[in-house]
Ligand binder design. Structure first.
Ligand code: J9Q
Length: 239
């Protein structure tokens, strides 16, 4: 997969893709990343990227011209998703990450906190994504979140151990509680069952814990989760 990022702040991406799992994926050529400064697609002497909003009001609005020209110079295939990161977008979740991971090329446009000319959303972007209902200073951190979630889904990016770990909570539940040594820390003991060596009991306990904690902390996830009849009974007990 190749990912192109359009941003006014290329230095924000320095370091993010040069560590751990990400660097390995780039080294193995499973993913490549292009970072493009929107300012490089201006033609005027002052390299103007934003202007005052028509109708008045505070702040500046990102001009359409440089963004259109950047995308048009980068896009090769008509089917490439052109994704605008903005608070007005559809809410990002694991399902959207899975959907995006099926493409060979993505173009991400990082907007300004103050706004992007609406013609970018209407006539250039093919998708608009929000990572949640809070105010960021720009789309850059949102783009990093999307890229992280998508790249780890690409075949070969995770090691087999990490992939197996992932399979254990595909059902859409929260993770079960985890412990490591020591068996007693201060006066707090690790649950007995985890020290028992009884793998069937451990698996049952973890599954129950995952369901109980999902019901307590994220009841809306439990509604949607794909649960067997045993697990459903447990959720009844929760009520
Ligand atoms: C560009 N707040 O917020 C949540 N998802 C994306 C955003 C965002 C923002 C400002 C500018 C994106």
């Amino acid at each position: 997969m190749h990912i192109d990022i359009l941003t006014l702040f290329p230095p924000m991406f320095a370091g993010v893709f040069s560590s751990g799992i990400f660097q390995r994926a780039i080294d193995q050529e499973l993913v490549s990343i292009g970072i493009h400064n929107i300012r490089d697609y201006t033609h005027d002497k002052h390299h103007t990227v934003d202007d005052c909003p028509y109708g008045g009001g505070a702040g500046m609005v990102l001009k359409p011209g440089p963004v259109f020209e950047a995308v048009e110079s980068i896009k090769k295939e008509p089917a490439t998703p052109i994704i605008l990161l903005s608070p007005q977008g559809r809410l990002f979740c694991q399902q959207v990450a899975q959907e995006l991971s099926s493409y060979s090329h993505l173009i991400l446009i990082c907007g300004h906190y103050e706004g992007v000319d609406e013609r970018v959303s209407e006539h250039l972007a093919t998708d608009e994504i929000s990572i949640g209902d809070y105010v960021l200073t720009g789309g850059e951190l949102a783009a990093m979140v999307v890229i992280d979630a998508v790249v780890r889904l690409l075949p070969g990016v995770l090691g087999s151990a990490e992939s197996l770990l992932d399979d254990s909570h595909v059902a859409g539940l929260l993770e079960y509680p985890q412990y490591t040594r020591p068996p007693v820390y201060r006066e707090w003991s690790v649950p007995e069952v985890l020290l028992s060596g009884n793998h069937a009991q451990i698996a049952k306990w973890r599954r129950e814990q995952a369901i109980l904690r999902t019901g307590k902390r994220r009841p809306e996830l439990l509604e949607k989760a794909e649960l067997g009849p045993e697990a459903r009974k447990l959720t009844e007990k929760l009520r």
